[in-house]
Design a protein around this ligand. Sequence first.
Ligand SMILES: Cc1cc2nc3c(=O)[nH]c(=O)nc-3n(C[C@H](O)[C@H](O)[C@H](O)COP(=O)(O)O)c2cc1C
Length: 360
Amino acid sequence: MVYSFLRPLFFALDPEHAHHLSINALKLLQTSQRRPTPAFSHQRLAQDLWGLRFPNPVGLAAGYDKNAVVPLVWSTLGFGFAELGTITAQAQPGNPKPRIFRLAQDRALINRLGFNNDGARAIAQRLPSLLSPQSSRPIPLGFNIGKSKITPLSDAVADYLESCKKLLPFTDYLVVNVSSPNTPALRKLQEAERLGRLLEALLASMRQFAETEHTSSKPLLVKIAPDLDTAAIEEIAQLALSVGVSGLIATNTTVERSGLRAGSPETGGLSGHPLATRARAVLRTAYRAVEGRLPIIGVGGIFSAEEAYERICAGASLVQIYTGLIYEGPFLAQRIVRGLVRIVEREGLPHLRDVVGRDV
Ligand SMILES: Cc1cc2nc3c(=O)[nH]c(=O)nc-3n(C[C@H](O)[C@H](O)[C@H](O)COP(=O)(O)O)c2cc1C
């Protein structure tokens, strides 16, 4: 309600400027809190996955808090988990501005930010003063890592390993981003041979870390593009199962432009409403390919509890949102969670997890 008055003000600003303002507001909120707000939990929505407790299934998608500066506000806004980053080994400024565009008629965004971030080392140095110990976090926090732009594809493994080593002590789960359209050639890392090498190296490094810490290895997830064909999705799914990845995230932004009401000449990744159909289809294909043996996080064009529920029925154990926040406001996660509770009660479901993949 309040956001419907504020949105025109935000939309009068350049999208990246509006984003920085929102991050500054969230920083104020974070410093004003003596301790993180307890999670917005519901017994029919909460679930344990990968040894982590997810109080509800609605998460923040990667890209909003790229530098992990407000990791503790997301539970206050009702999220059940949050993914921070993408973070690269090298600090980098990203692409020239302007690089985020609103397509208001389509309830969509195009971005070509290009992994602007402070780099894994600087971010890891800041984290101890920001983050409470893992055991007392109200919601799981994942870190999403990508390849530095200056690193050639042939050295990608070492680049990802560096970010992994820096961030692993702080993360509850790690995401390999091989699907952003805004780092040249990054999506080639989705090819089975390259991806296999990358995942095996990361998993080995994560196992080594776990041994030295006398803990179990943390979950590793792969985030995939919506622009893959069925064969490529199936190949990644098989690879994920065979190397021992913990889950998939479907999907990142698309380079497709079909279905837009208003065309856009801008290059970059398209997110929001026009992505929903494709993201749902990729999720279904991936769910079928892993035969329900790996949890999948569904993301792309989720603006409502109905769409989140549909995504869960299409195979998602958890969902994430980004563009919906821009159009619907900061309390969208809470609204989706409340809506999911209503749907579960209406359908007489003992638990939301009972419908994961029901429609596949
Ligand atoms: C401005 C912007 C920046 C993004 N940055 C990242 C990123 O750094 N890493 C990543 O994995 N995904 C990134 N994404 C993709 C989102 O995490 C998500 O996969 C995608 O936007 C689809 O979800 P949505 O339709 O709810 O936005 C970004 C999306 C937007 C709109």
